[in-house]
Design a protein around this ligand. Structure first.
Ligand code: PLP
Length: 449
């Protein structure tokens, strides 16, 4: 659709009225988007950009899929809304749950719907505590990872622990009963160890913490199968099987937060499939609709579902927009496209190519670590490659990278001192080459300064 105002009018009006998530209050917007097709976006000035981030790593099937818009519109015309509280239902939510049952790992067959990732995490945490209380136990503690990102509602920021309290500062006190352990980032091991001699100590350490806290008090371990907001970092291959075994042995629920990794992003439909591990609870959002409408979901096993029942009492958790019909219809069409067009397989194949090409940038003196899985890739910039000394002013340097890439038609994200690449899943190897051909010279140019 052609913009109805001039760019400067949009920018002024935006400044006057829009509060931007993680925006610097009082700063002008520098790009105003109007449209998108495939992996490309356009702005009000008619400029074209490669969407190297798939929005917020959520536009999995790519931009401009009118079939999804049509499915949502058809649903709105038929039944725009009704609540599914208590035992009421509608066809859209049933269709969406059936589709999820088809795609999610075996054993996860019950779904609670919400409007996004933070709500999915919040729901998973509440289910966890309610489940254990219902079993007559006092298990309430939840263990998460440092640099884990699970969203920004209170439970979600309590479960996560982004760098130096970045997302929780000023909002304290957080929810009690949350603990954190070092994550699986081998380049900067929280235990000062080296892989593989460490024998994946970061995973085994979970057992030490469960024992020291008392297994009777620990309800769940929550983590992303590969970290997204923490910088696009995959775990070593042994990590998840070890964690699964510890959780099972100590009767601790395993919550996999697949909000960013789900729906093909890593080259499998859900990332834990890479390591043959099944969670007890799984959170989903983002790629469930590829961002065409807001939707999130929590999947639980039959056992957890049974354990949430209290004879004669309703489940005390509700959201008006649980199972919103148009969002569910968009979700179903999106999942059909994802599967029918083999996008997960493409993410595996082109993802491997992306990781190889990005590793090539590791030759540059400013690049410390390059890691990732499928179509999520993170590049850490350092002040000194030999000693791994971090940048003195990461925000300033990475902002330069973002701006210069954008001037050359490439959109990327940053996470602390890491650059994040997470394009839509239908990207081709040729388009990966274009992306690297922009990013490489920008990084090389920084070194020359
Ligand atoms: N969990 C993970 C792993 C995420 O990456 C995110 C968002 O980036 C969330 C939860 C929160 O999702 P939302 O922003 O939809 O609330």
């Amino acid at each position: 659709m052609a913009p109805s105002k001039r760019t400067s009018d949009y920018v002024k009006s935006d400044l006057d009225h829009v509060i931007h998530p993680v925006g610097i209050i009082g700063d002008e917007s520098d790009v105003v988007f109007t449209g998108g097709r495939g992996i490309m976006l356009q702005d009000t000035e008619g400029r074209e950009y490669i969407d190297g981030t798939a929005g917020a790593a959520n536009v999995n099937v790519g931009h401009g899929r009118t079939e999804i818009a049509e499915a949502a519109m058809a649903q709105m015309k038929e039944l725009a809304f009704y609540v599914i509280f208590r035992n009421m239902s509608h066809t859209a939510v049933v269709d969406c749950a059936e589709k999820l049952d088809e795609l999610t790992p075996e054993g996860l067959s019950r779904f609670f719907f919400c409007s996004g990732g933070s709500e999915a995490v919040e729901t998973a945490l509440k289910f966890t505590r309610f489940y254990w209380r219902n079993q007559g136990t006092n298990k309430f503690k939840v263990i998460g990872l440092y640099e884990g990102y699970h969203g920004t509602t209170f439970g979600a920021i309590s479960a996560g622990a982004m760098g130096k309290g970045r997302n929780s500062k000023g909002f304290e006190p957080l929810v009690p009963g949350f603990l954190h352990i070092p994550r699986y980032y081998c380049y900067r091991c929280g235990f000062g160890l080296s892989y593989p001699e460490c024998q994946t100590h970061c995973a085994r350490y979970l057992e030490e913490v469960i024992k020291s806290e008392g297994p009777d008090s620990v309800a769940a371990f929550i983590a992303e199968p590969a970290q997204g907001g923490g910088g696009m970092i995959p775990p070593p291959p042994e990590y998840w099987p070890i964690v699964r075994e510890i959780c099972t042995r100590y009767n601790v629920l395993l919550i996999a937060d697949e909000v960013i990794t789900g729906f093909g992003r890593t080259g499998k439909l859900f990332a834990l499939e890479h390591w043959g591990v099944k969670p007890d609870i799984m959170t989903m959002a983002k790629g469930i609709t590829s961002g065409y409408l807001p939707l999130g979901a929590v999947a639980v096993t039959d056992e957890i579902h049974q354990g949430l029942k209290t004879p004669g009492s309703p489940l005390p958790h509700l959201l008006t927009y649980s199972g919103h019909p148009a969002c569910c219809a968009a979700g179903v069409k999106n999942m059909e496209i994802l599967v029918e067009e083999g996008m997960t397989e493409n993410a595996a194949r082109v993802g491997e190519y992306l990781q190889n090409q990005a590793r090539g940038l590791g030759e540059l003196p400013l690049v410390g670590d390059v890691s990732g899985i499928g179509l999520m890739c993170g590049i850490e910039l350092v002040a000194d490659k030999a000693t791994r000394k971090p940048l003195d002013q990461p925000a300033k340097v990475l902002q330069k990278v973002l701006v210069r890439c954008r001037e050359k038609g490439l959109l990327l994200r940053t996470f602390g001192d890491r650059i994040g690449i997470s394009p839509p899943l239908p990207i081709t190897t040729g388009e990966v080459d274009r992306l690297i051909d922009i990013l490489g010279p920008v990084l090389a140019g920084l070194e020359a300064e």
